[in-house]
Design a protein around this ligand. Structure first.
Ligand code: DGL
Length: 255
């Protein structure tokens, strides 16, 4: 089985890491469109064009399934990628993120994502119908993806930037008003602890587990081998700009 995992950069690796544990005998192909990261601060038309062209290149790799491990692309271009990849099944992370919140709903819900994801209001729209009495806040954090791509995972500037973005939500919780914050950008789990520190009292979650469950559902009829380590082949549209902290940097190719 060959599973593709696609993101604008290194964010999708947070999803890939989870999938490798859940699908130990499978082969993974990771695609990072590092020549064009960040997607989230670009226009809708430009994001759709970039995702379209990445999907056409990914299609050539003959996958058994593709996970769009990017909230921005999943919010704005999921249907188009499904069309390009057909008949290969394609999963986005938005539905999984919504599922993750529905699995632990609270009266206060905070969606943290790129500007494009937040401005699409896709999460608020989907959640409103399931949780009409919850209060849904959406916060764009556009400076974070460039810092994370730069490898600033434990950097005071990153901590301060996160604190600044979440300031309006620090201290709004009470005994009755509990909160769940969704990391609705796959880059953000790299710096989960900084979010947890900046959002005391909030449950900080992501979509990796829910998307892995959805993927498992695709092949529930097939036996899964647990006796092999998973293998990953790495592809980046610009290998030279992959953050230097990634241990994969010696083994990557261009897609
Ligand atoms: N990791 C991506 C996401 O989940 C994209 C970030 C970006 O390229 O701006 O939205």
């Amino acid at each position: 089985m060959k599973i593709g995992v696609f993101d604008s950069g290194i964010g999708g690796i947070t999803v890939l890491n989870h999938l490798r544990v859940q699908f130990p005998g499978y082969r993974f192909l990771y695609f990072g469109d590092t020549a064009n990261v960040p997607y989230g601060s670009k226009s809708v038309a430009q994001i759709q064009e970039l995702v379209d062209s990445a999907a056409r290149r990914i299609k050539k790799k003959k996958l058994d399934a593709l996970v769009i491990a990017c909230n921005t692309a999943s919010s704005l271009a999921l249907e188009k990628v499904k069309e390009i990849m057909a008949p290969v099944p394609v999963l986005g992370v938005v539905e999984a993120g919504v599922q993750a919140i529905l699995n632990s709903p609270e009266s206060q819900i905070l969606i943290l994502g790129t500007r494009a994801t937040v401005e699409s209001h896709v999460y608020a729209r989907l959640l409103k119908s399931h949780l009409p009495s919850s209060h849904i806040y959406e916060q764009a954090c556009p400076l974070l993806v460039p810092m994370i791509e730069e490898g600033w995972l434990n950097h005071p500037v990153l901590d301060d930037t996160i604190k600044e973005y979440v300031k309006p939500f620090q201290g709004i919780l009470t005994e009755e008003k509990k909160g769940v914050a969704l990391l609705a950008c796959t880059h953000y789990p790299w710096v989960r602890e900084s979010f947890e520190k900046a959002l005391p009292g909030w449950k900080v979650i992501d979509s990796a587990e829910a998307v892995s469950r959805q993927l498992r559902g695709l092949w529930s009829h097939q036996p899964v081998s647990y006796d092999q380590a998973s293998q990953v082949t790495w592809f980046f549209s610009d290998p030279t700009v992959v953050a230097s902290f990634m241990e994969i940097k010696e083994k990557i190719s261009r897609f």
